[in-house]
Design a protein around this ligand. Structure first.
Ligand code: ZN
Ligand code: ZN
Length: 273
C-alpha cells in the first residue's frame, strides 16, 4: 500500500516494491514532521529503502538530515534531476557537503531526458516537466516519476504532466496501467479556487503556473486524449495543498472533480491517504 508521508502540505511518498522494500519519492516536511519521524511513524526501516527519487530540490521535497541518515544507514540508490542537483547546496547552508557525500557514494544517478531504470524488478520511469517557480527551474530541473502502477507528479503543473508527447509515459506502454495518480494541486485558499481573478493574478505571479491547480486538472479530465488513462485509473490522491483551509480546499477539489468524472463516467476514487 502506498504511504502518503505528508498528506496535505508537503511532498513525500513511500511506494512498495517487491520483498518488503520501498521506493521513496521526495522527503518533505510538514507541521513538525520530518522524513525521519515519518519513517518511524510508518514503521519503515531505512534498510528497507531501495531507492530515493527526488523530483526537484525545493526545501519542501528534500530533507538533508534524512539524506545523511540514508547515506549512513541504508544502501539505497538516489535519483535526482541533473539540472537541479547543485541547488542542494542552497537548501541548507550548513549541509553543503551532502551533495559531495552523495556524489562520492556512487549511489547517485542524475537523471536527464526521459529516464528509466529497474529497481528490484520494478520499472522506474521519469519525465522532465516544467516547474518554473524560479528562473533556474527550466525544463528538466523538475521530474515526475512513474513507479510501477503509480505516477507521482512532484510539483509539476498539470499541463506539463498531461502533455501530448508524454502520452506514452502517462499511458504506460509497460503492460501495467497507471492505477494511482498522486497529483500536486497546490492552491492557496478556497478563494483562489473559486475566484478566476485570483487565479489569473496568481498565474501572473507564477505561483500557480508553477504547480498543479484544480482548473487545469478539470480541463485535462475533459480531454479525450487522456480518456484511456482515466478509465484505468483506480485512485487519485490530490496532494501538496497549501497553507489555508486545507480541509475546505480538499473538499472543494473532491466536489469539482466528481462533477467532471460523472460526466465522463470515470470511476476512480479520490483520497488523501
Ligand atoms: Zn517546488
Ligand atoms: Zn513543493
Amino acid at each position: 500500500m502506498i504511504k502518503i508521508l505528508f498528506p496535505y502540505e508537503s511532498s513525500g511518498y513511500a511506494i512498495p516494491l517487491a520483498d518488503g522494500k520501498w521506493a521513496i519519492v521526495d522527503m518533505g516536511c510538514e507541521r513538525g514532521l520530518s522524513f525521519l519521524s515519518q519513517m518511524t511513524n510508518f514503521n519503515i526501516d531505512l534498510k528497507q529503502i531501495s531507492l530515493v527519487a527526488l523530483t526537484h530540490l525545493h526545501a519542501d521535497h528534500v530533507d538533508i538530515d534524512g539524506l545523511v541518515a540514508l547515506l549512513k544507514n541504508s544502501s539505497c540508490d538516489f535519483i535526482c534531476p541533473k539540472l537541479c542537483f547543485d541547488q542542494i547546496k542552497l537548501i541548507d547552508q550548513e549541509s553543503n557537503d551532502v551533495s559531495e557525500l552523495l556524489q562520492k557514494s556512487n549511489r547517485l544517478t542524475l537523471v536527464d531526458d526521459k529516464f528509466s531504470m529497474d529497481c528490484n524488478g520494478v520499472a522506474i520511469k521519469g519525465v522532465p516537466t516544467i516547474h518554473e517557480l524560479h528562473s533556474e527551474f527550466i525544463l528538466g530541473a523538475n521530474f515526475s516519476y512513474r513507479i510501477n502502477n503509480c505516477i507521482i507528479s512532484g510539483d509539476t503543473p498539470v499541463h506539463s504532466l498531461f502533455k501530448e508527447d508524454h502520452c506514452d509515459y502517462m499511458m504506460g506502454n509497460t503492460g501495467i496501467p497507471v492505477e494511482y495518480l498522486i497529483l500536486n494541486l497546490a492552491q492557496l485558499s478556497v478563494e483562489d479556487i473559486t475566484s478566476q481573478d485570483y487565479v489569473d493574478e496568481f498565474r501572473k505571479n507564477k505561483y500557480q503556473a508553477a504547480h498543479g491547480i484544480l482548473h487545469d486538472f478539470l480541463d485535462v479530465l475533459g480531454n479525450e486524449l487522456f480518456k484511456p488513462f482515466f478509465i484505468d485509473l483506480h485512485t487519485l490522491i490530490p496532494t501538496h495543498i497549501r497553507r489555508l483551509e486545507i480541509k475546505e480546499t480538499y473538499d472543494l477539489y473532491v466536489k469539482e472533480i466528481q462533477k467532471k468524472t460523472a460526466i465522463h463516467s470515470y470511476s476512480f476514487e479520490i483520497t488523501s491517504s
